[in-house]
Design a protein around this ligand. Structure first.
Ligand code: ADP
Ligand code: MG
Ligand code: ZN
Length: 420
């Protein structure tokens, strides 16, 4: 396809109903249409999906979109279907489908109807699927959430490392890898592992000016959370806890206090989990209490707050999870409760793991601690972490900028020690 000939805006409008591109979407899409390998670093909510969806709709053949989670795929495909009227244009292939459904997917692909096929890496590597896909005309491969390739990312998935060899087996086509993770280490890992060190790289700013960041000492956290939610009636929010048990307890406490909340974690059966997710998306409940199993790529634009009851294992994870707030550009408050005791707990969890993993884990934790304990602008610290400079003195939207600590606040620390 001669990318320069196409009025991409017409396609954008026709398929998605949008009038303008966000950030560097257009340049990215042109690069994909030109058949080049493309690497996209763009924060959550930046509009990465469109960077492969639009070219997939324009190009001949089927784009293979590799994406880590069933919930995420369903969400994306449902979303696509609501834009694209024709049935069968987007499909997903995973273990949740029965035989008849799989046949329908394959028929639609062979008929040339399907422009986008979402697959989890586990499905992609299945021999029968490899054999099937060898006969398919593939426009390009999109690897979404590509940071899953890297052990330095916040969501390492060993299956992701098999993507390149499998692509070689199925058949070469251009690649587009996308992630909201931008630490230089992760970026290099991804490009190297996918064999795309020569890809054109598109990196957006990771600043999310509409997000407010705050770290509070973990003292009376549950009470504070209840108070916060009651002060923000009708607003959608996510509360992250580390353990499934804590998720259940928290959801229960909130319910008892008259808050419409539901739990979400990987230990629940699949149907309850997706039911709870849907209720949150449909706004039957205001709050979802979740482990990090929830939220990757979930497209709820108007999440108004993300509360971390437990501190995340890495700054990367923190950025991702807080990034689920304010995706529509509106207000998003990110409040994290921090106690050093939680860090020690996290360190303990790591003890059973292989030494190399422990070392990575400790390094990541250390960075989290220094963020939480810092009196510097949160935004500046976060952006520095992504190799980006934030030059303003005062971001006006974090606790440290709005209430500068003139000296070490010994009172909070003392209270924390007493209560934990
Ligand atoms: P990411 O994967 O980068 O986190 P998404 O692809 O889920 O982001 O997109 C985030 C939101 O932005 C979605 O609601 C999407 O519909 C919207 N969006 C994407 N591109 C545009 C655009 N050009 N104009 C308006 N909204 C857009
Ligand atoms: Mg996405
Ligand atoms: Zn600040």
């Amino acid at each position: 396809v001669d990318a320069s000939e196409i009025s991409l805006k017409e396609y954008l409008n026709k398929y998605f109903g949008f009038t303008t591109f966000k950030g560097n979407q257009e340049a990215i899409i042109r690069n994909v249409l030109a058949g080049n390998d493309t690497f996209v670093l763009m924060p959550t909510g930046g509009g990465k999906s469109l960077c492969y969806q639009l070219p997939a709709l324009i190009l001949d053949g089927t784009a293979i979109i590799i994406s880590p989670l069933i919930a995420l795929m369903k969400n994306q495909v449902d979303n696509m279907r609501s834009f694209v009227v024709e049935d069968g244009v987007a499909h997903f292939l995973n273990s949740s489908l029965n035989k008849a459904q799989i046949q329908k997917v394959k028929d639609d692909i062979m008929a040339g109807t399907t422009k986008m096929l979402y697959v989890a890496p586990e499905s992609l590597t299945k021999e029968e699927n490899v054999q099937f896909l060898r006969q398919v005309k593939i426009s390009f491969y999109a690897i979404d959430e590509a940071h899953c390739i890297s052990e330095w990312g916040h969501d390492f998935r060993p299956e992701y490392r098999r993507i390149r060899p499998i692509i070689n087996e199925i058949g070469q086509a251009p690649l587009i890898a996308l992630t909201a993770t931008a630490t230089p280490k992760v970026q290099h890992d991804i490009q190297k592992n996918l064999g795309m060190l020569n890809a054109t790289v598109f990196k957006s700013s990771f600043n999310r000016p509409n997000l407010y960041y705050e770290v509070r000492p973990k003292v009376n956290a549950v009470k504070e959370i209840i108070k916060y939610i009651k002060n923000n009636p009708g607003k959608s929010g996510i509360i992250y806890c580390l353990s499934r048990k804590k998720v259940e307890e928290m959801a229960e406490v909130l319910k008892v206090n008259g808050i419409k909340a539901l739990p979400y974690h990987a230990g629940m059966d699949a149907s309850t989990r997706s039911e709870n997710q849907d209720k949150f998306l449909m706004e039957e409940v205001d709050v979802i209490v979740a482990t990090i199993a929830f939220g990757m790529g979930i497209d709820k634009p108007d999440v108004r707050f993300v509360i971390h009851y437990d501190i995340p294992k890495s700054l990367e994870g923190y950025y991702q999870e807080t990034g689920r707030a304010g995706r529509d550009g509106g207000e998003g408050q990110c409040i994290t409760f921090y106690s050093y005791k939680d860090i020690q707990k996290l360190e303990k969890f790591m003890q059973g793991k292989p030494v190399s993993e422990q070392e990575i884990g400790k390094q990541l934790l250390l960075e989290t601690v220094s963020y939480a304990e810092s009196s510097m602008c949160r935004r500046k610290t976060l952006l520095n972490y992504f190799g980006e400079e934030f030059t303003e003195d005062n971001c006006n939207s974090c606790d440290n900028c709005l209430n500068p600590k003139t000296q070490f606040d010994g009172q909070d620390e003392l209270q924390m020690v007493l209560e934990t």
